[in-house]
Write a protein that binds this ligand. Structure first.
Ligand SMILES: Cc1cc2nc3c(=O)[nH]c(=O)nc-3n(C[C@H](O)[C@H](O)[C@H](O)COP(=O)(O)OP(=O)(O)OC[C@H]3O[C@@H](n4cnc5c(N)ncnc54)[C@H](O)[C@@H]3O)c2cc1C
Length: 416
């Protein structure tokens, strides 16, 4: 079957790989000059199977109130009066905060996360992919006794999905990550998930795109998707414009929408309302110094992650609902860096820091949208929010099974 993938981020390139391997003739359309240049460019780098809990949880509404007006608030809503999609998303997000929904969403993400990590490892071995990967696990740090008390049931929940995690006191945290010996923070304890990994999502996306090309996938870069030809509930073609202003159309038997935060905007053109809204986050990348951690770290109080990517340290965090605005707020990005320096005073040269902002393609539940659309031959692999790197390979396997009408190996609520 001839399949066209829309978008060459993590979701699009992984979809291309698994569909090409299943024997399909695959093309990818991407507006940028290469793969992985938007949200998949400089994320936190964590393959965080041990963090399936979505942002929307029973404690979140209270935390949102507590964080109001704070420059370092981990989550910030900037509600725009005229942005109806934002209001709809915010209300749906609050609905997902109930205990029942939060458990259901955690369950779906945990199962997909476990399968995805297996798929990533198999792919890495098969293709010898190099992306500054590290398999030293993730250490989640807590700074308050109350957070640590809540960690024990979390470890038990993770164990029920086969996710390896153990509670640690401060000394054990320092044994796992010796650079913590210099910390200025008062660490109460942590959870260590030894099976988790980290790596550069951008390098991975580019390496996998090359492997796709070797397998016969053709990538059309500098190709902006402008609209769709839909007739009798069937997508006939995708209308594009290239970097020289030349218009054209690509036709195929099936299409996969993997447009990240732009998926909902494009879906609206053929009349489908997807619950995806861009949620901005920041990252700071530094040349790593002697006091930088080697184990990937999650600061559970500030919701900041740190990942060692070869000789660089990536620090990422913050969540802002502010439309498609990609401006880096120096106070917010600076707060991430200051916190990293409190945790690891000699972590790197701040003078050489590179600042970046990206838009997470977020659903209110943080459960991605994978499956068939309302249009007969159009499928989705999008809406991965905070976990698009963690869930990339498993999601693409699910998508491929769905498109081939095979029973998926992962128990996951597919979009219908
Ligand atoms: C600060 C931050 C930290 C993060 N940390 C982590 C982490 O540690 N672990 C983790 O698992 N996840 C993390 N994430 C989430 C993860 O990065 C995303 O979920 C993931 O990158 C989304 O991939 P995607 O392919 O869906 O979107 P994208 O990478 O944005 O890909 C979509 C592609 O579609 C293209 N496109 C859009 N519109 C058009 C058009 N009209 N025509 C042609 N092409 C178009 C874009 O150019 C883009 O290349 C983080 C995100 C952020 C912002």
């Amino acid at each position: 079957m001839k399949v066209i993938i829309l978008g060459a981020g993590l979701a699009g390139v992984c979809s291309a790989w698994y569909l090409a391997r299943a024997g399909h003739q695959v093309s990818v359309l991407e507006r940028r000059p290469a793969a992985g240049l938007e949200t998949s460019f400089a994320n936190g780098g964590q393959i965080s199977v041990s963090h399936p809990e979505p942002w929307a949880s029973p404690s979140t509404p209270w935390n949102l109130l507590r964080w109001l007006g704070r420059a370092d608030a981990p989550i910030r809503f900037r509600l725009h009066r005229a942005d109806a999609a934002q209001w709809r998303w915010a209300l749906a997000f609050l609905r997902e905060c109930s205990g029942r929904r939060s458990r259901r969403n955690t369950d779906a993400i945990a199962r997909l996360g476990v399968a995805s990590l297996h798929a990533l490892r198999a792919l890495r071995t098969e293709l010898d992919l190099q992306y500054d990967q590290s398999a030293r696990g993730i250490l989640h740090l807590f700074f308050h006794k109350s957070e640590l008390r809540a960690a024990a049931p979390r470890v038990a929940l993770l164990a029920s999905y086969g996710i390896e995690a153990r509670l640690c006191d401060r000394t054990q945290c320092e044994q796992i990550e010796p650079a913590l010996a210099a910390t200025r923070c008062d660490i109460a304890g942590g959870i260590y998930a030894a099976g988790d990994e980290s790596g550069d999502a951008h390098k991975f996306t580019q390496a996998l795109a090359q492997a796709c090309v070797a397998r016969g996938v053709d990538f059309h870069y500098d190709t902006r998707i402008e609209g769709f030809d839909v007739l009798a509930n069937t997508m006939g073609g995708v209308n594009v414009i290239d970097a020289h202003g030349m218009r054209g159309q690509f036709r195929a038997d099936a299409f996969v929408c993997a447009l990240g935060p732009f998926s909902a905007l494009l879906a609206a053109r053929y009349g489908e309302r997807l619950p995806i809204y861009p949620v901005k986050g920041y990252s700071v990348t530094l040349p790593a110094a002697g006091g930088a951690p080697r184990v990937s770290i999650t600061d559970e109080s500030r919701r900041i992650v740190l990942s060692r990517l070869g000789d660089r340290l990536r620090i990422a965090g913050m969540a802002e609902l502010d439309g498609f605005n990609l401006a880096v707020d120096p106070r917010r990005a600076g707060a991430i860096l200051s916190r990293a320096r409190e945790l690891f005073p000699d972590c790197g040269n701040s003078g050489a820091a590179e600042y970046w902002a990206g838009l997470r393609p977020a659903t209110p539940s943080n459960v991605p949208i994978i499956g068939a659309s309302r249009i007969r031959n159009l499928y989705y692999n999008t809406g991965h929010g905070t976990l698009g790197w963690t869930l990339a390979c498993g999601s693409a396997q699910l998508l491929a099974a769905c498109l081939d009408q095979r029973a998926p190996e992962i128990d996951f609520p597919l979009w219908t």
